[in-house]
Design a protein around this ligand. Sequence first.
Ligand code: ATP
Ligand code: MG
Length: 353
Amino acid sequence: LDNHLVEIFRNFIDNENIVSIKEYGDGHINDTYLVTTDSSQYILQRVNQEVFNITNLTNNYKQLFISYKTLDESIKHFPDLCKNKDGELHILDSMGSAWRVAEFLDNINAFSISPDIVTSTLAGKAMGRFQNFLNRLDTDSFIDTIPDFHNPHKRFSSFEKSLDNSESALISAAKPEVDFALNNRYITDNMSNIISNNILPVRITHNDPKLENILFKSDKSDAYIIDLDTIMKGTLIFDFGDMVRSITSLAKEDEKDLAKVKFNFDHFRALAGGYFSELTNTISKSEKENIYNGILSVIYVQGIRFLGDFLEGNNYYKVQYPEHNLVRCRTQFKLLKEIIEMETEIKSFLRSN
Ligand code: ATP
Ligand code: MG
């Protein structure tokens, strides 16, 4: 057992024997461990403070948990966080690292690729219900944990900066992707216009509801939402876009064989059907009308973020090999092309649902 991890964990849970502490999951941002004690299991996480301001993050978590209790929700949407001895939701260790402990969700499945239609429908339903819960929260009590997280204009500018700062060898290696990114900047331009018209309702949203952040009960009766770090003010169409991005391609985000990355209409229909069935009374006309643009924007922005990180030498996303971010960018752009080819069919489905 790693003494440092034990000591940290003891701040939260000190009356159970620790059996093991193991690295867990494959998140890109935080360091995640599974702690097994003689009576239970927990998720121990070191929060990446280069990405998140921990004080703001914990403020938002408190809002979530307080609201969850006061609104008397009958559905369990997300795992609980444990309090430490002082009643706080995180601690700082002697090196200044921030740590927290969450309830481990048992008998659940996580997927990087949707295994079947039922799962895609359930993903949509679970996020729709979660959005209905978020709609009841006080927007002003949430602090932006990552300002401009989905700001299309800023994302494009950062990409341009990465391109300017990049070594020419990296730019040549990514020539087709860089060209594609530059030729399709209309996507972020359009989205920026929509946002500056202020027609989309400001809501509290998840902002990162990719498939891996939805945990499914083994009996497929329900699903939980995790990775709540980016919950803040945002727009629902980007949440839907991120689900489409991660669910409809039926391939891993870092699939090298692009022939496997294809837009699957059946899974799209299932996901959208599940999501809208929960949100019929809350989704606005302006959201409905711009949801297609939201899908394009989220996938395009994710593509240029991976590409920009590749061009800058992989500072942000964890990588297993130097071209990892370029490979991830390619899957995004492939899916984007497929979706653009299906524009008429997708829009007509969205209009009739
Ligand atoms: P991301 O790349 O999505 O930003 P992250 O580094 O923020 O990831 P999380 O998504 O919070 O990390 O957690 C990493 C993985 O650990 C998840 O994909 C999930 O499989 C698992 N996990 C996290 N929290 C729990 C929990 N409470 N119960 C069970 N498994 C969990
Ligand atoms: Mg995650």
